[in-house]
Design a protein around this ligand. Structure first.
Ligand SMILES: Cc1cc2nc3c(=O)[nH]c(=O)nc-3n(C[C@H](O)[C@H](O)[C@H](O)COP(=O)(O)OP(=O)(O)OC[C@H]3O[C@@H](n4cnc5c(N)ncnc54)[C@H](O)[C@@H]3O)c2cc1C
Length: 387
């Protein structure tokens, strides 16, 4: 495990992740993705590198890294294979929820296991009838003595089957409460069942599942933040979503970078009408736009990460980074396919994978329509002219 204590060590860790991607990920990513096969070997290396504890404070066994470094690591992983960043994302959000909103007993109990990657985290907010409208969720937690009884159906749980710890939003008498639910990795654990594995356009190799809670009992001390956390779960999760949006923005930058760099290379190799296509102005215009959007997306992502790291709420900045970077990745992946012509549409190159992976960033962690609503609300609140 690498200890990250100073800027040079942090830069070395990002470089180590880049080498891991070049050596281990790129040669196998497309095959694993097409086979929809879980990358057990790659995940083992990520665990050895300490990535499951990337932002967890060192006193709980994590690397204690800042969000800027986290964003840089996510960019490197996504440039190799976006699915690897999904394996990390909700795990990091659960760790972030515990660090920011958990009691000391909850931090001490779960963070060391999460940091080692012995227990993997998943975040379960969405339901079949509650996606954008998070306040509409109907999963119920009913108090019964020293326990709560959980009942309801959760949708879109990334890492849900392999997870050993789920941050779950459920309705209690006080409002929406976040529970930290222990489970055995697998399809069934107590009253929890993985009821459906959801097929996806891209983002393959890791599971996104529907889960049913059928009278599943959890101790009352699993309420995130203790009794003070009752009814505050949505507030806690929305704050953690800022970190999730920084992850999404950084992975969009990674996918966009991979598509852009492949296009830069191909445009200089492929000749038509006696010259490399890079000499055609129509291709140059695309490359210029792609490079500019990529740079802007990366800067917005860094800016959001810096603000959050400084301890400030950054729903506007994280929303802007996620909105811009995901739209940029979608456009850059599409332009990469145009530049590659026919071969871009085949499975011989990863361009088609970037093209399938990019749209998820427009939807995940709140759709871009919802981002715009969040950004506008935040801007209006900051620039209110009437008290
Ligand atoms: C692959 C994948 C993995 C995911 N992983 C997780 C996970 O691990 N945990 C988790 O909790 N969730 C997860 N999600 C869920 C994801 O966060 C939701 O899909 C997303 O928030 C959108 O919700 P929805 O799909 O119900 O769309 P809906 O809310 O039904 O929205 C449908 C459309 O209406 C638009 N819309 C809705 N309300 C408004 C409004 N007020 N104004 C304007 N437009 C609006 C939306 O933008 C969208 O275009 C995942 C989703 C996917 C696809």
């Amino acid at each position: 495990m690498i200890e990250a204590t100073d800027p040079e060590v942090r830069a070395e860790l990002v470089a180590t992740v880049r080498r891991f991607v070049e050596r281990d990920v790129l040669p196998v990513a497309s095959d694993l993705e097409h086979a929809d096969e879980y990358p057990a070997g790659l995940v083992a290396t990520m665990r050895d590198l300490g990535l499951f504890g990337v932002t967890i404070p060192t006193e709980y066994g994590g690397l204690g890294l800042d969000l800027l470094t986290y964003a840089a690591i996510v960019e490197e992983l996504a440039a190799g294979w976006m699915s690897l960043t999904g394996i990390l994302n909700t795990h990091v959000m659960v760790a972030n929820l515990l660090t920011g909103s958990g009691t000391e007993a909850q931090r001490a109990r779960w963070l060391p296991e999460l940091a080692r990657g012995d227990r993997r985290g998943a975040l379960s907010l969405s339901e079949p009838d509650a996606g954008s409208d998070t306040a509409a969720l109907s999963c119920r937690a009913t108090r019964d003595g020293d326990e709560y009884v959980l009942s309801g159906t959760k949708m879109w749980v990334t890492n849900g089957a392999r997870a050993g710890l789920i941050a779950l939003a459920a309705r209690t008498d006080e409002g929406i409460t976040c529970f930290v639910v222990e489970k055995e990795p697998g399809e069934r654990s107590g009253g929890i069942t993985v009821s459906r594995n959801i097929g996806k356009l891209g983002y393959k190799g890791l599971e996104t599942v529907e889960m049913v809670y059928d009278g599943h009992r959890v101790p009352a001390d699993t309420v995130l933040g203790g009794d003070a956390g009752l009814g505050r779960g949505r507030h806690f999760i929305l704050a953690a979503l800022e970190v999730g949006r920084i992850n999404i923005a950084a992975r969009a930058v990674g996918v966009a970078r991979a598509a852009f760099e492949a296009s830069l290379r191909y445009a200089q190799e492929r000749e038509t009408f006696g010259v490399p296509i890079a000499q055609h102005q129509a291709i140059q215009l695309k490359l210029a736009d792609m490079g500019t959007k990529l740079e802007a997306a990366r800067l917005l992502t860094r800016s959001a990460a810096e603000r959050r790291q400084a301890g400030e709420r950054c729903d506007v900045e994280a929303g802007m980074a996620k909105l811009f970077a995901s739209e940029a990745a979608f456009e850059i992946a599409s332009d990469a396919m145009r530049i590659h012509g026919g071969v871009g549409y085949t499975t011989e190159l990863p361009i088609e994978r970037y093209y399938r992976d990019a749209p998820l960033m427009i939807i995940g962690e709140g759709t871009n329509e919802i981002q715009r609503v969040v950004i506008a609300r935040g801007l209006l609140a900051r620039h209110r002219i009437h008290p």
